[in-house]
Design a protein around this ligand. Structure first.
Ligand code: ZN
Length: 393
């Protein structure tokens, strides 16, 4: 670690001196959950906090009304710290994105105070909307927001500390079946059941699970099950989420799932319309950067494991970022191991707890230290780049 001890303690002091403000910021966002692309309050409060600290904030980044960007320092290299702040329908901040936002702005304001001592280089704060199904980061990538960025990081709340947990590549498939209606009692022979094809799709997919590689997830539900009990269903529809460890396996499983839907439609002599919505890419964790982050959390009293294969994984648009620049997405506990997981009500409570904010403030220190360290340490940057160049080999 090349970060001078006095720089590390200056960062820690900067986070500590903002702790009360950061806590209330986190609480306000937590109490006002907003869904993807509607995070207007959270975006306003976060940018307001930054401007009161003297930072210039760009709004409407990539044409997204709830995306923002702030910069500290000057010139290359540039490391980005990413904030998320969207919530979930029904369960509010059950993914703890209020803590991600708080940790990110806390890290940015602290890093900004010392970034000049790193020499050349810039810390860039990116407010990224709609992680929950909207893929705000993908729009930002497409708009060139990451073109001048050399590395990116964020943290995510969890039930355990992990430096480099996997995240799955994902997509959604919808199947609309079109049959022929008839009276289900008077003339069942005259109808063609869209529902039968829809249900057969589930059965056929289940039959194919023996061919899925480890890490594949394939789960669906019926979105339209028919029109009335006495009509052979003319319309039926279902939606599936498909996930895999990488985009190659994802494409293979997608082809299997589509084949099952077409096979089911053939059996019932109905039509099927297939639509795909692309999800997120798998997460490529840059281990050189992740381990440096781990060294900093270690000196702050927490020693994350690198991975834990006993726990499942979700998907995140940070995965897409990790295919564009070297990136990390460490997970830090806000509950006891096994007590609750993301998207559960108990996890939403934890995201509003003192333990939750304590973790976000620790994450702020560790991210700010890692960012400034990255700008100051040419050897670390070389290791990050070498690993990046060798990815997928
Ligand atoms: Zn999340």
């Amino acid at each position: 670690m090349s970060l001078a001890p006095e720089v590390a303690s200056a960062i820690d002091r900067a986070v500590d001196s903002s702790a009360a403000e950061l806590s209330s910021l986190s609480a306000r966002i937590h109490e006002n959950p907003e869904l993807r692309f509607e995070e207007h309050k959270a975006c306003a409060w976060l940018t307001e906090f930054l401007t009161t600290r003297g930072h210039t904030v760009e709004r409407n980044v990539a044409g997204l009304p709830t995306a923002f960007r702030a910069r500290a320092g000057k010139g290359a290299p540039r490391i980005a710290i990413l904030a998320e702040y969207d919530a979930l329908p029904g369960v509010g901040h059950a993914c703890g994105h209020n803590l991600i936002a708080t940790g990110a702005v806390g890290a940015f304001v602290a890093a900004a105070e010392v970034v000049k001592s790193a020499g050349s280089g810039e810390v860039v704060l990116l407010g990224t909307p709609a992680e929950e199904g909207g893929g705000g980061k993908i729009s930002m990538i497409e708009a060139g927001v990451f073109a001048d960025i050399d590395a990116a990081m964020m943290f995510h709340p969890f039930d355990r500390d992990l430096l480099a947990h996997i995240a799955l590549a994902s997509l959604w498939l919808t199947f609309d079946f079109q049959g022929k209606p008839s009276h289900a009692a008077i003339a069942p022979h005259a109808g063609k059941s869209a529902l039968t094809a829809c249900l057969d799709t589930f059965r056929l997919i289940d039959g194919q699970r023996v061919h899925f590689r480890d890490g594949v997830r394939e789960h669906g539900y019926v979105t339209n099950g028919g029109q009335a009990v006495n009509i052979i269903p003319e319309h039926a529809a279902c939606e599936f989420s498909v996930r895999a460890l990488d985009t190659t396996e994802l494409a293979r499983v997608r082809a299997i799932v589509e084949r099952c839907a077409r096979g089911a439609a053939l059996a019932s002599d109905v039509e099927v319309r297939i639509a795909v919505r692309h999800g997120y890419k798998d997460m490529i964790n840059n281990m050189a950067l992740a381990r440096r982050f781990g060294a900093h959390t270690g000196s702050l009293g927490r020693q994350p494991r690198e991975r834990d294969d006993s726990i499942g994984a979700g998907s995140t648009d940070m995965g897409d970022v990790s295919h564009v620049v070297p990136a990390i997405h460490p997970w830090l506990a806000i509950v006891d191991r096994g007590e609750a997981l993301c998207h559960e009500r108990r996890f939403a409570e934890a995201a509003g707890s003192t333990t939750g904010i304590g973790t976000a403030l620790m994450a702020a220190k560790a991210m700010a230290r890692t960012a400034v360290d990255y700008l100051a340490d040419g050897e670390l940057r070389a290791a990050v780049s070498a690993e990046w160049s060798a990815r997928g080999r």
